[in-house]
Design a protein around this ligand. Structure first.
Ligand SMILES: [Fe+2]
Ligand SMILES: [Fe+2]
Length: 482
């Protein structure tokens, strides 16, 4: 301390204070902060008190940045998980097909029967007719539930559908002069099961309207009873050179209470991963140049390392994607435990499960490619719109041949239950939407833009994690790039 400096400021120090100042190494700055012209020993007490307070604050501030976990008391830890898997809707362990003609017949019949049951709930404004011998009804208005086997445009620019049901085949024409029906018909895809209202002519039905099976506009829902949350991930692509490890570490730190908004982090009980857990091997030509890890088991080791780092009260629920180590054709069975190398709930893609009274549909979203190729209003920028088309169809991948589908006896791609939350990945772009009474979530990725995406003009949205609070029905996105 310089007494000279204090004198300049007109501050005098009492004799009893001088010893105290020396003992506690009190600085000139601290003395001036008292804003007194005469300082006695008694006046110095507040300086020590302030130092004590700062000492208390300082370590806490350091904790918040470096390690908050000892003080993290997550609400989710107090609850056991509440998960009901709809086993009958998951192909895992049930694939029986040999891919013969009969398997295909059974597969399409199963789809037709289940979707037509939904379509029968629509109004019967005209009598229902089978396609067999339908030309006898020429001149009459009917409704028919059909599967679309071919879509063509006529020379006059009308739409011509070849359709079938369990009894026979027929043709349907949608005239471009009927603007409303024509616009609607442009959304029909191959193998769609639809309800057609129209007038029978000799060789075809002149359609006036259509319906897809769809979801009900509103429905009674069970109420979640516990204040918990889920995070939705997909397309981690462990093993890829483009894997965004720094951002991912921020996410794992956050979920373990070592970041901001620890109250929200503490509500997270469930971590969903909708496929493409790893980048895989030989998924596309020359993939090796894009890989950091060339051994598929080592790629999954990276994933199991992540799972082991997570707080142990969390439930991790995964399904495979087209980069994962199961059959590529859909429905995809669950990844075996010995490949995953960790204890998670491994389900097929698609799969259906009820979590916290909230019905979930979990699907990688591989069919998004064929949806986007088939319908002009869809694009990679809005994966949520693709997902809404699936819900409207009550089918995840109707276009046979669009992406590989195995003809199982049960069509697992039919959306049997009306989901409260629909979770897809695959497109690497976050997208959200409320469709009727369902919440649609596409959960993006933790992989940076690949050369392929750059060439295609896709702009991914990495490291943005959707989180859903069940009781509040609130969806937020956490951005781990910042
Ligand atoms: Fe992916
Ligand atoms: Fe994918």
């Amino acid at each position: 301390m310089s007494m000279e400096g204090l004198k300049k400021h007109g501050v005098r120090i009492a004799l009893d204070a001088e010893e105290f100042i020396g003992k506690h190494s009190i600085t000139e700055e601290e003395l001036l902060s008292l804003e007194k012209k005469f300082i006695s020993a008694e006046d110095l007490q507040p300086i020590l008190k302030k130092r004590e307070e700062e000492k208390e604050i300082k370590p806490e501030a350091t904790k918040a940045e470096v390690s908050l976990s000892p003080d993290f008391s997550p609400a989710a830890k107090e609850y056991s998980p509440e998960i009901k898997v709809r086993e009958s809707l998951d192909v895992t362990g049930k694939s029986r097909t040999e891919g013969g003609v009969n398997d295909f017949v059974d597969y399409f019949r199963n789809r037709y029967e289940r979707l037509s049951a939904l379509l029968r709930t629509y109004s019967g404004k005209y009598p229902e007719a089978d396609l067999e011998g339908i030309s006898r009804l020429a001149g009459q208005k009917i409704r028919a539930i059909v599967m679309v086997s071919e879509i063509r445009e006529t020379k006059k620019g009308n739409i011509l559908l070849q359709v079938e049901d369990l009894t026979g085949q027929f043709k349907v024409v949608i005239s471009q002069r009927d603007e409303q029906a024509f616009e609607k018909a442009r959304n029909i895809v191959n193998d769609d099961v639809i309800l057609i209202y129209g007038k029978v002519a000799q060789a075809f039905i002149i359609a006036e309207d259509f319906e897809w099976p769809d979801l009900r506009v509103t429905r009674e829902k069970k109420k979640p009873e516990r204040d918990l949350a889920a995070v939705y991930l997909s397309d981690l692509h462990f093993g890829s050179k483009q894997f965004l490890g720094d951002y991912f570490n921020r996410f794992t730190d956050w979920i373990a209470g070592k970041g901001e908004n620890t109250e929200l982090a503490g509500k997270v009980k469930y971590v969903f991963v909708a496929g493409d857990i790893v980048d895989g091997i030989g998924i596309y030509p020359n993939q090796e140049k894009d890989l950091d890890v060339l051994d598929i088991f080592k790629q999954y080791e990276l994933f199991s390392g992540f799972v082991q780092e997570l707080p142990d009260y969390l439930e991790v629920i995964v399904c495979p994607g087209n980069h994962d180590a199961v059959r590529r054709a859909e429905p995809m069975p669950a990844l075996p435990k010995d490949i995953l190398g960790c204890d998670v709930l491994s389900l097929g893609s698609p799969s259906t499960l009820c979590v916290e009274n909230t019905e979930h549909l979990l699907y990688h979203g591989t069919s998004s490619d064929s949806w986007i190729a088939s319908l002009s209003h869809l694009s990679y920028d809005h994966p949520e719109k693709v997902m809404a088309e699936c819900l409207k169809r009550r089918h995840l991948s109707p276009m046979f041949g669009g992406n590989a589908v195995v003809p199982e006896k049960l069509d697992y791609m039919v959306i049997e239950n009306e989901p409260d939350v629909v979770h897809f990945g695959h497109v690497h772009k976050n997208g959200y939407m409320r469709y009727r009474d369902s919440l649609i979530i596409n959960s993006g990725t933790f992989q940076d833009t690949t050369d392929f995406q750059q060439k295609q003009g896709h702009i991914p949205t990495p490291a943005k994690v959707p989180i859903y609070e069940f009781m509040q029905e609130r969806l937020r996105t956490l951005d781990f790039t910042r």
